[in-house]
Design a protein. Structure first.
Length: 369
């Protein structure tokens, strides 16, 4: 199925009257605020840089995806964080150039629109750990100049910027963390508080001169796990003009076995707390589904063991908890989510906001058009 044919099937495309709250030219834009273009059926060798295989690119087009924030740079491990991050950016740049008919590096909100117009997938370069800052906040300038547009301050543990969601002290931002936030504001880079501890998130939202984001999370009021955000965090981020993306992860259900209905429940709660203009999706997954779940379980068990040994795992992740939603995956995941939201009574305009327009608006605020 071609991208055009798939997009034509999407319910928010097939409407007779333009949505008054959205620019008609932006209708149908789908932005995954945190995801990937990797093939989960192939061994990546532990690296973050995706290979952009023909299957993945084909399925990304078929899904209707316009742009995705991909994780580059250091997250954990023995490598030097700064060197590893620069190396990943360079490697990804090279692969984007090799696939320029399919991919476009996103630097501004206008590039998301350009990706859709040119039938390409926009790649937003993002970090999920601020460890590459070392002790020098001016490194923000280096990475901004290299095209990094999303900067998540912490992963699950604490780092030199602040406490992550699994840091028991919940101490909030460090003085250096505040310095980095200020520098990110100056360089017009998104400040992302996914994976952060509650105090780190609240303090960042208060001290940042620009709205902040939580690009991939769930709602703790629905499922009480550390990787999910409290209503206080969600509300403050929204009140200050920010963005919240709901993920397709096991943390959406206390059993660890999340379903599509859980995704809808967390989106609905976030909309009630934040308002419909501040909620989107950040699936934390790929558009290519796993072909053999039985074989994948062995790989998953090894990955969970590695994460636990490295001290970066989160409460709620186990060898039997898939890092995706079993009945909301593959190229039809956005289409299916739209249908589920429609059945819940969401209007086409609200669905369009959640699937992409809210992130686009937020991106314009931070990066410019």
């Amino acid at each position: 199925m071609t991208w055009t044919a798939a997009a034509a099937m999407l319910p928010w495309e097939a409407r007779s009257v333009p949505v008054p709250t959205a620019n008609a030219a932006d209708a149908g834009i789908i932005v995954n605020a945190l995801g990937g273009l990797d093939d989960p059926n192939r061994d990546s060798g532990g690296g973050l840089v995706p290979e952009f295989s023909p299957r993945v690119l084909s399925e990304a087009h078929a899904s209707g995806l316009t742009a995705v924030n991909i994780t580059l740079g250091y997250v954990s491990g023995p490598d030097d964080p700064f060197e590893a991050s620069v190396r990943d950016i360079a490697a990804t740049d090279a692969r984007v150039r090799a696939h320029e008919q399919d991919l476009l590096k996103v630097l501004t909100a206008g590039d998301i629109r350009r990706a859709r117009a040119e039938k390409k997938i926009g790649l937003i370069y993002g970090f999920q750990n601020g460890a590459m800052m070392g002790k020098d906040a001016t490194r923000v300038d280096i990475f901004a100049n290299l095209g990094v547009r999303v900067f998540q301050l912490t992963y699950n543990p604490a780092n030199q910027l602040g406490d992550g969601s699994m840091a028991p002290e919940n101490r909030g931002l460090t003085p250096f963390g505040r310095e980095v936030v200020a520098r990110l504001n100056e360089c017009r880079v998104m400040v992302d508080l996914s994976h952060s501890g509650e105090q780190t998130c609240l303090e960042a939202a208060r001290v940042s001169k620009a709205p902040i984001s939580i690009n991939h999370t769930g709602c703790r009021a629905v499922t009480d796990l550390p990787r999910n955000k409290t209503d206080a965090e969600l509300r403050l981020v929204a009140e200050r003009g920010g963005f919240v993306g709901i993920y397709f992860m096991p943390f959406l259900n206390a059993s660890g076995h999340a379903k599509a209905e859980d995704v809808v429940a967390h989106i609905d709660h976030a909309v009630q707390v934040c308002g419909e203009d501040h909620v989107g999706i950040g699936t934390d997954g790929s558009v290519s589904q796993i072909d053999d779940l039985t074989a994948y379980q062995a790989t998953l068990a090894k990955e969970i063991a590695r994460r636990r040994a490295a001290g970066i795992s989160a409460a709620g992740e186990r060898p039997d908890t898939y890092p995706f939603v079993v009945d909301l995956r593959g190229p039809q995941q956005f289409h299916k989510l739209a249908q589920l939201l429609q059945r819940k009574g969401y209007s086409s305009g609200r669905i369009e906001k959640i699937l992409g327009l809210n992130f686009l608006r937020y991106a314009e605020t931070i990066w410019g058009s």
